[in-house]
Design a protein around this ligand. Structure first.
Ligand SMILES: Nc1ncnc2c1ncn2[C@@H]1O[C@H](COP(=O)(O)OP(=O)(O)OP(=O)(O)O)[C@@H](O)[C@H]1O
Ligand SMILES: [Mg+2]
Length: 394
C-alpha cells in the first residue's frame, strides 16, 4: 500500500520514514553511536542536553527502542513524589516503600522501623533488578520541569542506582538545565555528557529528500536546500513544511515540488502556530504611558515606531538565528527611505533593552528572542518563521 504523507512527515512524533542520523560534534561518529557508547558504560549516568525541539527525545527512542525505553517526564514529579514509586509504576511493579514509612524511620529508632527500612531498600533494589533483567532504560525527559528540590532528591537516588548499574538518561534544556546532575560533586566522574547541537542545512535537507522520495514526489536538490534555509535549524519545522507541501500538491493532483509554490506552503504552515500575541507585545513595546513615540515611514508605506522597526528588521531576508547589532541596525536603516531621518544607534539599543525586560517578565512562549552582549538571538525557530510568513494582524 502506498505511504501517506502524514506517516512520512511527522512533526510531532517519531519519524520512522524520515529519520536522519547526524554526525556528533564533527567526530565522524553519529549521535546514535555516541548514545549507545554512553549507555554501555556501566555505572555512568547519561546527561543529554540540547535546545528545544532538536531531537533529544527522538534520539533516545531511536537508540533505545520502544520495547526498552521507559520514559518519565520531570513534570511527573512534584515535591512530595517518591521517586521509586514512580519508576516502579511505569513498569507496573508493585512498590511498598511509601514516603510515610521513610519518615517514620528518620524520626524513631525502634526495632520496628529498622525492619521497615529493610523492606524499603529491598523493594528499590528489586525495581533496579527488574529494569536490568528486562533491559529497560530509564529516560527522565524534560528534567528541568521538576522542582529544584525534587531534582536534588532525584540526583541522590540516581547516584546510588547507577552504581547498581541501572541505565539512566537525563534529558534537559541548556542553561536552566540540570545543575543537580552536571554540577553535582557526587556524580562527577560518573557522567556521560552528550550535547545536542542545532541542525545544519545539509541534515535538514536530507529530511525533505528522504521523505519526498518515499512518497514518489519529485524535488530538486536546490529546492530542498531552500527549504533547509527556511526551517531555521529546526527538524520539526522541516517536517511541518514538507507535510504542508504534500497536502497542497495532493489538492492539485501534482507530484513535483516547485520553487514557486514555496511561499504559499510557508504561509499555509504558519496556520499551525500561534504567536500573534508575542508579535503584538514585541511590536508595541512597553506601555508608553501617554507619551507619543516617534514614527518612521517605511519604504513599504507603513508607519512604525522603533519597536515595530526592530520586529520588521528581524523578519527580513535572509532568516538568521543570531544577529549582530550592526546587522540589525543596517536592516532597520534599509527599511526607511534614504533621505529620511534615521534613528540613532543608542536609541535602538535602549529599545532592545526595554524589549528584553518586558519579554523576560512574561510567560515562556514570549522568550522567543533574547538581546544579550550586543547580539539578538532567536530562541524559537518557529517564532521567526511565523514572523516571516504568518498573517499578522495589527
Ligand atoms: N533525527 C531526526 N530525523 C528527522 N526528524 C527529526 C529527528 N529528530 C527530531 N526530528 C523532528 O523534530 C521533532 C521534535 O523532536 P523531539 O521531540 O525529539 O525534540 P526534543 O529535543 O525532545 O524537544 P523538547 O525539548 O521540546 O522535548 C520530531 O517530532 C521530529 O518531527
Ligand atoms: Mg523531548
Amino acid at each position: 500500500m502506498a505511504l501517506k504523507a502524514e506517516n512520512v512527515f511527522k512533526p510531532g512524533a517519531y519519524p520512522e520514514y524520515t529519520y536522519v542520523s547526524r554526525n556528533y560534534e564533527n567526530t565522524g561518529i553519529s549521535y546514535e553511536l555516541r548514545l549507545k557508547q554512553a549507555l554501555r558504560t556501566a555505572g555512568c549516568l547519561t546527561s543529554l542536553i540540547g535546545p528545544s525541539k532538536m531531537g533529544k527525545t527522538i534520539l533516545c527512542e531511536k537508540v533505545i527502542g520502544f520495547d526498552n525505553i521507559i520514559e518519565i517526564s520531570g513534570a511527573d514529579f512534584n515535591t512530595n513524589s517518591d521517586f521509586w514509586a514512580i519508576v516502579a509504576a511505569k513498569v507496573e511493579l508493585p512498590y511498598q516503600g511509601e514516603v510515610t514509612t521513610e519518615r517514620e524511620l528518620n524520626d524513631g529508632n525502634s526495632r520496628e522501623s529498622d525492619g521497615k527500612k529493610e523492606k524499603y531498600i529491598l523493594s528499590k533494589d528489586k525495581i533496579i533488578q527488574y529494569y536490568k533483567d528486562n533491559e529497560k532504560v530509564l529516560v527522565i525527559d524534560d528534567f528541568h520541569y521538576a522542582s529544584k528540590e525534587m531534582q536534588m532528591k532525584m540526583a541522590q537516588q540516581l547516584k546510588d542506582a547507577i552504581r547498581k548499574e541501572l541505565k539512566v538518561v537525563v534529558v534537559s534544556l541548556p542553561h536552566r538545565a540540570d545543575d543537580a546532575i552536571r554540577q553535582n560533586a557526587d556524580l562527577s566522574g560518573r557522567l556521560s555528557l552528550i550535547n545536542i547541537e542545532t541542525w545544519k542545512e545539509k541534515d535538514l535537507k536530507e529530511i525533505a529528500l528522504k521523505g519526498f522520495k518515499q512518497l514518489n514526489i519529485n524535488i530538486t536538490d536546490e529546492v530542498a536546500g531552500q527549504l533547509a534555509i527556511e526551517c531555521l535549524t529546526s527538524p520539526q519545522l522541516m517536517q511541518y513544511i514538507c507535510l504542508s507541501i504534500c497536502i497542497l500538491l495532493e489538492d492539485k493532483n501534482e507530484d513535483t515540488v516547485k520553487a514557486d509554490m514555496l511561499e504559499n506552503a510557508y504561509q499555509f504552515t504558519t496556520v499551525n502556530f500561534n504567536y500573534s500575541d508575542v508579535v503584538n507585545v514585541m511590536s508595541k513595546g512597553p506601555n508608553p504611558r501617554g507619551k507619543k513615540r516617534k514614527l518612521f515611514k517605511t519604504l513599504t508605506g507603513k508607519e512604525l515606531d522603533l519597536y515595530g522597526l526592530i520586529v520588521e528588521s528581524i523578519a527580513k531576508n535572509p532568516p538568521v538565528m543570531e544577529m549582530d547589532f550592526e546587522i540589525l541596525y543596517d536592516r532597520i536603516i534599509n527599511l526607511i527611505p534614504a533621505d529620511a531621518v534615521k534613528p540613532d544607534k543608542q536609541s535602538v539599543k535602549n529599545h532592545l533593552n526595554n524589549l528584553q525586560t518586558i519579554l523576560k517578565e512574561k510567560e515562556e512562549i514570549y522568550r522567543a528572542i533574547e538581546w544579550k552582549d550586543g547580539t539578538v538571538y532567536i530562541l524559537d525557530p518557529l517564532f521567526l518563521f511565523y514572523l516571516r510568513w504568518g498573517r499578522i494582524d495589527e
